[in-house]
Write a protein that binds this ligand. Structure first.
Ligand SMILES: Nc1nc2c(ncn2[C@@H]2O[C@H](COP(=O)(O)OP(=O)(O)OP(=O)(O)O)[C@@H](O)[C@H]2O)c(=O)[nH]1
Length: 304
């Protein structure tokens, strides 16, 4: 039996379902998902372990037209990622017509293909559960006409439709080679990044549209306490800063009398305790960093 291993990454316009698909393939939550566009700030890898292959998924931020400095950095990140993988998955949602955003990405992929000597691109029509079959058939035709794809695969991360088939297709494009990571490892993201993602996700839950672009989360420290809890569980102090751009946004995050921030804290804490396998004291601070998205110094400080 030949063993294959290598890297894949998903691109697609914001909200195309890339993070959710990554989670569905890996089978455990590793990447942030939310109903808000452009919330994936970091390249997060999930690893699919199979008897015949190891597929390392790199979850990229949405490829989009740069509007701010932050947007430009994200696009650079995406392009760097694209040149390092064995196969690219281009996600297009089934429930929305192919539009200018998809065409923009298709053009970028065609441009990159010229330098990369044919890294295969698999077109993935996501959210199959949201449309009836005739509409899916139309979408598959529209997507086929959008560019030169190695395959076109419809999939639903929600109900698992074709998730296994998609893995087969992606694995088929990997070179022969040994496993790259030990079994059981799901992500090589440092813990602090995953902690920041959990806080960010909780803080974005149910708030206004402008906030996702204006919220940066930085984990200041994760410190183990010398004394474990009475039942022997280790205890950690986790200190996290949430940066927003304006006082009005700070008020949104904190909520009336701090109620919202307390909810954010308890939701994030549950996730962090699950992730780190310890009891956690989570200390959240909301700070205003004016126009951080446009300021190179601040971007550096915030880890972008
Ligand atoms: N019904 C349905 N909804 C889905 C599916 N996949 C993703 N979604 C929803 O679509 C929205 C966007 O999904 P994400 O996975 O966050 O999208 P993304 O492409 O990673 O978004 P960005 O991080 O903004 O680039 C979320 O509300 C998901 O719950 C699916 O297969 N079926």
């Amino acid at each position: 039996m030949t063993f294959r291993s290598g890297f894949a990454c998903f691109v697609g316009r914001p909200n195309a379902g890339k993070s959710t698909l990554t989670n569905a393939l890996v089978g455990q939550k590793v990447a942030i998902t939310s109903g808000r566009p452009q919330t994936t700030r970091h390249v997060i890898r999930g690893i699919v372990h199979r008897a015949d292959a190891q597929l390392v998924l790199v979850d990229t931020p949405g490829l989009h037209r740069p509007r701010t400095l932050l947007g430009e950095r994200l696009n650079d990140l995406v392009k760097d990622t694209l040149t390092e993988v064995d196969v690219v998955g281009f996600c297009i949602p089934a429930d929305q017509r192919v539009g200018p955003g998809d065409r923009f990405i298709a053009d970028q992929l065609a441009e990159l293909a010229r330098d990369r000597q044919g890294t295969p691109v698999v077109a993935i029509v996501t959210k199959a559960d949201l449309v009836p079959r005739p509409r899916m058939a139309e979408q598959l035709v529209a997507v086929s006409q959008l560019g030169e794809w190695a395959d076109v695969v419809p999939v639903s991360a929600q109900d698992g439709f074709q998730v296994g088939e998609l893995t087969d297709v992606l694995v088929g494009h990997l070179p022969e080679g040994p496993a790259l990571y030990p079994e059981g490892e799901l992500t090589d993201e440092p813990e602090s990044v995953m902690v920041a993602e959990l806080v960010r996700e909780a803080a974005l839950e149910g708030v206004r549209d402008e906030l996702p672009h204006s919220l940066a989360v930085v984990v200041e420290e994760i410190v183990p306490r010398e004394e474990p809890a009475r039942d022997g569980t280790p205890m950690l102090d986790v200190r996290v800063n949430l940066f927003v751009e304006r006082d009005s946004q700070k008020a949104i995050v904190i909520g009336k009398g701090g109620a919202r921030l307390r909810d954010v804290g308890s939701q994030a804490r549950r996730g962090i305790e699950g992730l780190l396998g310890a009891r956690v004291y989570l200390d959240l601070h909301v700070k205003v960093a004016k126009d951080w998205q446009r300021d190179p110094k601040q971007l550096g400080r915030l880890g972008f």
